[in-house]
Design a protein around this ligand. Structure first.
Ligand code: CA
Length: 230
């Protein structure tokens, strides 16, 4: 499972150690030495997961986690706190702030990777390599194959990413701007109606199989993938 991971850590040696190990495991790594530069990266594109050091110069990791959870755009980005503190009260405070997990320094790269995989599987299923099937529609992120009731469906790369995101987050309504963030990764340079264009193409590709009904428009809100009738 390859994910884009933002590593916010002010100690260069630890930053490098983490980056080397995450890259070796196939992840893309974006590094930031403080909360302010991390925020600039986040404004440009949402990462799949944030590794956030507790003790940072300027804004603390704890305060940053609190802000990310308070902002609708970043609310659902998984966060793992890194800390030198092993205190149980600190751990509780970190998790209450909205962190998904908590890793105490010093940690082994293997342990950190295992925690990352576990959080991604739970929180960002689109970043995992598991095939997903709903209502007869099957999407395999490893082979990039889509099948409808067992029949192969050919779709373009953007439609594939859009469908993969929708099918790994079913039954939920996603606004156009959320889809731009999650599927296009950079909402600044793409207009919201681009989403409509690709949804139309995705439905057209699914239409011969009858499964285009799974891609539902929720008026005034956005789109949803559901096996239930509208
Ligand atoms: Ca630190």
């Amino acid at each position: 499972m390859a994910a884009t991971i933002l590593v916010v850590e002010d100690e260069p040696a630890i930053q490098t150690l983490i980056a080397v190990n995450l890259k070796r495991a196939g992840h893309e790594v974006v590094g930031a030495l403080d909360a302010e530069s991390a925020q600039r990266h986040i404004n440009e594109a949402l990462p799949d997961l944030i590794l956030l050091d507790w003790m940072l110069p300027g804004m603390s990791g704890l305060e940053m986690a609190r802000r990310l959870r308070g902002d609708a755009r970043t609310r659902s980005v998984p966060i793992i706190m890194l800390t030198a503190r092993g205190d149980e009260r600190d751990k509780v405070q970190g998790l209450e702030t909205g962190a998904d997990d908590y890793v105490t320094k010093p940690f082994s790269p293997r342990e950190l990777l295992a925690r990352i995989q576990a959080v991604l599987r739970r929180r960002a299923p689109e970043a995992t390599e598991d095939a997903v099937e709903i209502g007869g529609l099957r999407v395999d992120p490893v082979s990039h194959r889509v099948a409808a009731n067992g029949q192969p469906v050919t779709i373009g790369p953007t439609e594939f990413r859009l469908l993969h995101f929708l099918i790994t987050h079913p039954e939920r309504v996603h606004s156009r701007s959320q889809l731009l963030d999650q599927v296009w990764g950079d909402h600044v340079f793409v207009e919201e109606r681009t989403v409509d264009v690709h949804v139309r193409r995705l439905r057209a590709a699914l239409e011969p199989t009858g499964l285009e009904r799974l891609i539902q428009t929720v008026r005034g809100s956005g789109y949803r993938l559901s096996a239930e009738a509208v």
